[in-house]
Write a protein that binds this ligand. Structure first.
Ligand code: GLY
Ligand code: MN
Ligand code: MN
Length: 449
């Protein structure tokens, strides 16, 4: 972060436009005051905190990354945009670093005014006076709930002075989640870049994996590529799962020694300026897929392709899941893993024995991003600008009725897609998926080693 912030927002600054869209929506619903706080800092253990990550709703509307901040938007004849943030503090800044302070924050982040966050208790009841509604997100951060509700209570106490308190409270997530579902140009640019960085990390993992190395050594390669490219965090704990660990969906210990002949499933993505990427690749530790590994891999790859083809305007959210499930279930029958007619196995859910999760989720500021999947009880249609994951897989645990050749094989192939006018753009194609490409990349890594 620069110590000399520019006096005005950067030319491509998208945050004020987002706030104006929110204000327009509020105004259309009768107006009021929006209060959106950021996430609190959390202690990890005595005297040290978890790395700080702002609240996604707050970050979406402000771009401001310091803790202890709240934005307040007043929707009325004269819409106003305010920020409360930490005051400058020379002594504290020696220990914990630069703070914008209200004056510089207002200029750089495009607010009409900003005040020290210590003034929230005094100013918020005044801002709420004579306003029809409070728009806020309850239950996300209980500490902030208390402060916001105390301000509401104070505004009510002021009725004796002749002012009215808001008599309606709107859950602001209902609006913000829908806004966030369709990405704007600035978000798409960040998500493309996050996808590129994460794809490069997966390529590096393919080059680095060897029998005898530990899963955490490969995790370290991923983290190095993320961070060296400017990503602030992994978007979620990286899964580096070799052999039977690939059948544990949320495996994160990453402490096993990889063995010859096994597959390595890696589910890892970086977060870039708040935006997540989420890639899974599965490849052989020794660089060559065995016959049964190849069979299952090709099946999951076919499901991944079928799901990609189903992501387009005109189709609904469930279309890629149905496409992937149909391919996988037919494949399970062909490989002798399931017996019966594929339609029946889908109908009864029998395929879930080997494919027990859904084929994707919205992706954005949160890895499992905001936005409803159904509207009025129906899967929602795709529209351009939505971003999602496509992540079919299969997980075969040992069992008497399962051919032994497939035991302990877990495969997932996960990509990130942007819905376009005619279909979808894959944001994560930089990490190879075809068997030939994967084997070639691993071989090239060994030649250079
Ligand atoms: N890595 C989290 C997920 O794939 O949903
Ligand atoms: Mn994932
Ligand atoms: Mn995912």
């Amino acid at each position: 972060m620069t110590h000399f912030p520019p006096a005005a927002p950067a030319p491509d600054f998208p945050f004020r436009a987002r706030r104006e869209r929110l204000l327009a929506h509020m105004l259309a619903q009768g107006g009021g005051v929006a209060v959106v706080p950021t996430a609190p800092e959390r202690e990890r253990n005595r005297g040290t905190n978890y790395p700080y990550r702002p609240d996604s709703q707050f970050l979406y509307l402000s771009g401001f990354r310091e803790p202890e901040a709240v934005l307040v938007l007043v929707a009325g004849d004269r819409p106003r945009q305010f920020l409360f943030c930490r005051a400058r503090d020379k002594e504290q800044e020696i220990w914990t670093g630069y703070r914008h302070g209200p004056e510089a924050a207002a200029a750089r982040f495009g607010f009409d005014a900003a005040w020290p966050v210590d003034e929230l208790e005094r100013r918020l009841p005044e801002l709420l006076a004579d306003q029809p509604a409070l728009w806020t997100g309850l239950a996300a951060h209980p500490e902030w709930d208390r402060r916001v509700l105390a301000a509401l209570e104070r505004a009510r106490a002021n009725v004796r002075a002749g002012t009215q308190a808001p008599c309606t409270v709107h859950e602001i997530s209902a609006v913000l989640d829908e806004m966030r579902l369709v990405k704007d140009a600035a978000e798409i640019a960040l998500m493309r870049r996050a996808g590129e960085i994460s794809a490069a990390a997966h390529c590096q993992a393919m080059r680095a994996a060897r029998a005898g190395r530990f899963e955490y050594e490969i995790e370290a390669e991923l983290l190095r590529v993320f961070r060296a490219a400017g990503s602030q965090f992994p978007a979620y704990p990286s899964i580096v799962a070799s052999g039977p660990n690939a059948c544990v969906l949320h495996y994160v210990d990453n402490d096993r020694r990889m063995a010859d002949g096994e597959l390595l499933l890696i589910d890892a993505g970086c977060e870039l300026d708040g935006y997540a990427s989420d890639i899974t690749r599965t490849f052989p530790v020794n660089g060559r897929f065995s016959g049964p590994q190849r069979d299952l891999y090709q099946l999951v790859l076919a499901a991944n392709r079928a799901a990609h083809a189903a992501v387009r305007p005109g189709n609904d959210w469930n279309a890629p899941h149905e496409a992937a499930t149909a391919v996988l279930t037919r494949g399970f029958v062909d490989l002798g893993l399931l017996a019966g007619a594929a339609e029946d196995l889908i109908e009864t859910g029998a395929y879930r024995r080997f494919y027990m999760h859904r084929t994707g989720h919205w992706l954005g500021l949160d890895v499992h991003d905001a936005g409803a999947y159904k509207i009025g009880g129906k899967w929602r249609p795709f529209v351009p600008g939505m971003t999602l994951t496509i992540e079919p897989g299969c997980y075969i645990r040992p069992a008497d009725d399962v051919p032994e050749a497939f035991w302990n094989i877990g495969v997932r192939i996960e990509d990130n897609a942007l819905v376009t006018a005619s279909g979808c753009e894959c944001l994560t194609g930089g990490a190879p998926r075809e068997i030939g490409e994967i084997e070639a990349l691993i071989a090239a890594g060994r030649d250079g080693a």
